[in-house]
Design a binder for this molecule. Structure first.
Ligand SMILES: Nc1ncnc2c1ncn2[C@@H]1O[C@H](COP(=O)(O)OP(=O)(O)O)[C@@H](O)[C@H]1O
Ligand SMILES: [Mg+2]
Length: 232
């Protein structure tokens, strides 16, 4: 459903993406991992039309979206939770949920969001900036869901979240995927990435250097050590 082909991008003259290739099948969950600064967030921004591409294409459901402006991409069916979440801290929880929608979330979606995240219902009239880190992350995810995406892209959703809430966010992402939404997850926590995603793509210096089944990569400690400096 998503095909990223040979994407290049620069900050000024500095090349950051040097030919990224990445594929996500219908209903799949894929993790994009790699050390700090290798270009993971930039790859997501390039997919979302928030970063100019000097070369390459992004195909979503058979359509070339490489030139679609960033503010139109969510309407094509891709939800994006940026690193740092991108909420409007002074707007209420409810107002944040309505951003991007022509009106209010429909009743079915409201039920779904408030059943999945009861805390958001309790706090719907409260300013988003007053929520805890974990609650803000859930709001950021819920805000994408009300647009009914076919693909949800998450950039480090557990960064700065209390360990006790990490499991809840993980199971929520899993259940979103089980409902048929494809997932592209950037995650430093490799164990979490392996538990959510059936495939893993490893990035180094602006390219994907390895791609494969999570199960197989889990059993290749030399790969994890070489590219991530990790021992599981
Ligand atoms: N706004 C920016 N201006 C200039 N350089 C940037 C900017 N954002 C990121 N970079 C650089 O681009 C590289 C890739 O960054 P990023 O995609 O954020 O990496 P990752 O998400 O993998 O940690 C890094 O070297 C980073 O310093
Ligand atoms: Mg990043």
């Amino acid at each position: 459903m998503l095909k990223v082909k040979n994407v290049h991008a620069k900050y000024g003259k500095l090349p950051v993406l040097r030919g990224v290739d990445l594929e996500i099948g219908e209903g799949q969950a894929v993790a994009l991992v790699g050390r700090n600064g290798v270009g993971k967030s930039t790859t997501l921004r390039a997919i979302m039309g928030l970063m100019p591409k000097s070369d390459g294409t992004v195909i979503f459901n058979g359509e070339d979206i490489s030139k679609v402006p960033g503010h139109r991409i969510p309407h094509r069916g891709i939800g994006y939770v940026p690193q740092g979440r991108g909420l409007f801290p002074n707007l209420t929880v409810y107002e944040n949920l309505c951003i991007g929608l022509p009106g209010d979330p429909d009743a079915e979606m409201k039920d779904y969001v408030y059943t999945s995240f009861p805390r958001l219902e309790e706090r719907s009239r409260q300013a988003a900036g007053t929520l805890s880190g974990g609650e803000q992350q859930m709001l950021a995810i819920a805000r994408c869901l009300v647009m009914r995406p076919k693909l949800l892209i998450l950039d480090e959703p557990t960064e700065g979240i209390m360990p006790s809430l990490v499991a809840q966010i993980r199971s929520e992402i899993k259940s979103i995927n089980e409902k048929g939404v494809s997932i592209l997850l950037v995650e430093q926590n490799i164990k979490m990435a392996l538990r959510i995603c059936s495939r893993l793509a490893i990035m180094e210096k602006g390219v994907v250097v390895h791609e494969g089944l999570s199960e197989e990569i889990r059993n290749q400690p030399e790969l994890l050590k070489r590219y991530l400096g990790l021992t599981l």
